[in-house]
Design a protein around this ligand. Structure first.
Ligand SMILES: Nc1ncnc2c1ncn2[C@@H]1O[C@H](COP(=O)(O)OP(=O)(O)O)[C@@H](O)[C@H]1O
Ligand SMILES: [Mg+2]
Length: 223
């Protein structure tokens, strides 16, 4: 369960002006649900996802994940929390360029403290049908393949929550479909909560819940 309790986030712009990027957002997501977050560019979608992940802290309010408040945790506690609870997929893949597909997934498995990290990473790569690309570097993979490696990395520790920020935004329609179908399959297998930021209305339609953000506020679908 993800609980966003009266969360606001402000930044000070380089001009000194105060930017209210999220404004008193409340949201309750039950475990196992799938939710689409939509809204214009700059409306605060990535900021909201980052707060759910404890990658960033709210200026006020609280974020509670699986019964644990992650607001105000130390960096060490947060990284442990992330390794156990979260899988991430970003639009730009964020693979480590000097490591092979397999090593990218192994590193995530090791950070999560999994026994038999390499075997589990290989299993995850097979799950996204990339067992024959294990030794390739990211530069030797297509965009769709890179994103499938990122999916393998996200699920290798079988997290209860998948957070995806425009995961198909850089892909052609065919690969976008493939990655999206795979994402839904993996969510089903894990029984995970899926939070998907997307500009694609067709993908959003396939989610159970729909949240619309505008200028830092939930304008439709909130708690
Ligand atoms: N670290 C930061 N410092 C200042 N402003 C930021 C920072 N991060 C995001 N913003 C601003 O917050 C707003 C929302 O950003 P973001 O959450 O990335 O929007 P979205 O993902 O919906 O496009 C944008 O106007 C952006 O410029
Ligand atoms: Mg964004």
């Amino acid at each position: 369960m993800i609980s966003i309790r009266s969360v606001s986030k402000t930044f000070t712009a380089p001009t000194g002006e105060l930017l209210r990027v999220l404004d008193d957002v409340c949201l309750e997501l039950e475990a196992g649900t799938s939710v689409a977050i939509q809204g214009p560019s700059g409306s605060g979608k990535s900021t909201l996802l980052g707060l759910m992940a404890g990658l960033d802290q709210p200026s006020s309010g609280e974020v509670v994940v699986n019964g644990q408040s992650i607001t105000g945790l130390s960096e060490l506690a947060l990284s442990r929390f992330r390794a156990r609870n979260l899988g991430f997929v970003f639009q730009a893949y964020h693979l480590l360029p000097h490591f092979s597909a397999l090593q990218n997934v192994v590193i995530a498995a090791e950070i999560a403290g999994l026994a038999g990290a390499e075997a589990k990473a290989m299993e995850a790569l097979a799950r996204v049908d990339l067992q024959d690309r294990a030794e390739h570097l990211p530069a030797q993979l297509s965009g769709g393949e890179c994103q499938r490696v990122a999916l393998a990395r996200a699920i290798v520790a079988r997290p209860p929550i998948l957070l995806c920020d425009e995961p198909t935004g850089s892909l052609d329609p065919l690969n976008a479909d493939r990655v999206f179908e795979l994402l839904l399959e993996l969510q089903r297998d894990l029984g995970a909560t899926l939070v998907l930021v997307t500009h694609d209305a067709h993908l959003a339609e396939r989610m159970g819940l729909h949240i619309a953000l505008e200028r830092g506020r939930i304008v439709a679908g909130g708690a």
